[in-house]
Design a protein around this ligand. Structure first.
Ligand code: UD1
Ligand code: CA
Length: 445
């Protein structure tokens, strides 16, 4: 059996943030989720995650994994020790939970090399320009002797730029014996996983080429560098697929976003989560989309779309906000300062200015005038507004929910509608106007 152990119990002290490091988002996706996805795509059969510090942050992120707890963070060897009980016969790849870009290919490459070389331990090594913070690989006469951590390294050892990537493959029986021998007699009084090297005979290093993908995130600056690297490579992939990204350095697209060809992404736009965008749409400038579905030939500009769908040929914005499972229908026009929450709109419906629609079902060919509000909240409950097809709602009307407006009805501007309106009726709910002749003139005198 091939196992993995992912180390994610650490505090991430150097991040200086509340969130535990391995749950920290990279392009709005937690680091640990990247690693687990790469493991799923690899030859590893069973994944074990070691949790400790603020473990509750991980509860939704770990499907199909075995979990072991390290209640006190006494070092990486101690963390691995907590998972040993879950290992039967076989081999284990150990991964740091703070190196999110490690790919399935890197994982499989290291495991295969370990098996081919009949090693007991294979350490993934990398050559880096700035080795600061990494464990240095110590060689003697071409053979691998050990790993020295930054804090323990002599000035001479600090010059070594062949470093420990944090990835190791090790035979389970050997791992169990070696871990129990590791001591904490070092400057941090931690049990260093890297010390198992000294208790294992048949060991080797494997030089991994794609160094950027091995970067371990210890602080917010490194996280930002990694995010920039990932952002650029994601955008490049979309552009090669025919997505036109204008001023691409200002555009952030998450790793799971899908975009059809012919679509244009304008500057200062952030698209994340499981967003899917069709072909020939225009997104941005200055828009934020998260878990959105935008179909073909649609436009979303200067707007925010969360967990919502925009159908073919619809236009959204400038300055609109769609959220919580809203569906904007085909050919709809949603304009300035319109907010739509948990509502479904039919096709060819317009809400061009200053409207709030919440908890509503709105038909096709409906015109929502400027300033219309579905009054969905009575202070306790959220209530529904249902509007049929071909309805015209005059400007500045309040529709007090729960309320239903029949097909073809008209609502006079300025009405406050509290009762259902039948099909094809005109509802007027406002006080009558009286004109007092010459009153203003007299008043001014
Ligand atoms: C570690 C390695 C170093 C390597 C580098 C690669 C050790 C001693 N050092 O250093 O040789 O070059 O990774 O990125 O292993 N963790 C726990 N429990 C603990 C301590 C840490 O689960 O008690 C977890 C952390 O959450 C983290 C991972 O182990 O995901 C690595 O810990 P970190 O403190 O980042 O180690 P580095 O100093 O980067
Ligand atoms: Ca690290």
């Amino acid at each position: 059996m091939i196992y993995s152990i992912v180390l994610a119990a650490g505090k991430g002290t150097r991040m200086k943030t509340e969130l535990p490091k391995c749950a920290f988002p990279l392009l709005k996706k937690p680091m640990i989720s990247y690693i687990l996805e790469s493991l799923k795509g690899s030859m590893v059969e069973k994944n074990i995650v070691i949790l400790g510090h603020k473990k509750e942050y991980f509860s939704d992120l770990l499907d199909d994994c075995l979990i072991a707890y390290q209640n006190e963070q006494l070092g990486t060897a101690h963390a691995v020790k907590m998972g040993l009980e879950l290992l039967n016969e076989g081999i284990t790849i150990i991964l740091p939970g703070d190196a999110p870009l490690i790919s399935s290919e890197i994982i499989d490459g290291l495991i295969n090399e370990h098996i081919e070389n009949k090693n007991e331990l294979t350490v993934g090594a990398m050559v880096v320009n700035n080795p600061f913070g990494y464990g240095r690989i110590i060689m003697k006469d071409d053979s691998f002797v050990g790993i020295v951590e930054e804090k323990e390294a002599t000035e001479e050892q600090k010059q070594i730029n062949v470093c420990n990537s944090g990835l190791m493959v090790v035979n389970n029986d050997v791992l169990k014996k070696a871990i129990s021998q590791v001591k904490n007699d070092n400057s941090k009084h931690e049990y260093y996983l890297t010390d198992i090297v000294y208790y294992i005979e048949r060991k080797g290093i494997s030089l991994i080429k794609n160094v950027e993908l091995l970067t371990g995130v210890n602080d917010l600056y490194t996280l930002s560098c990694l995010e920039e690297f990932l952002r650029d490579s994601i955008n490049r992939k979309h552009m090669y697929n025919g997505v036109n990204i204008i001023n691409q350095s200002s555009v952030i697209i998450g790793p799971d976003v899908k975009i059809g060809k012919g679509t244009v992404i304008m500057p200062n736009t952030v698209i994340t989560g499981n967003t899917e965008i069709g072909e020939n749409s225009i997104i941005g400038p200055s828009s934020e989309l998260h878990n959105a579905v935008i179909m073909n030939n649609a436009t979303v500009k200067h707007s925010v779309v969360y967990d919502s769908k925009v159908c073919d040929n619809a236009t959204v914005g400038p300055f609109a906000h769609l959220r919580m499972n809203t569906i904007v229908g085909e050919n709809d026009r949603i304009g300035n300062f319109v907010e739509i929450k948990k509502s479904t709109l039919g096709s060819n419906t317009n809400a061009a200015h200053l409207t709030y629609m919440g908890d509503s079902i709105i038909g096709s060919h409906v015109n929502m005038g400027c300033g219309v509000i579905t009054v969905n909240y009575d202070g306790k409950n959220k209530n529904k507004t249902i509007i049929g097809d071909n309805v015209f709602v005059g400007c500045n009307s309040n529709l007090i929910a729960p309320v239903e407006i029949g097909d073809g009805a008209y609502i006079a501007a300025g009405s406050t509608i509290t009762k259902d309106v039948p099909n094809d009726a005109l509802a007027i709910a406002r006080s009558n106007q009286t004109n007092k002749e010459d009153y203003a003139k007299k008043y001014k005198k």
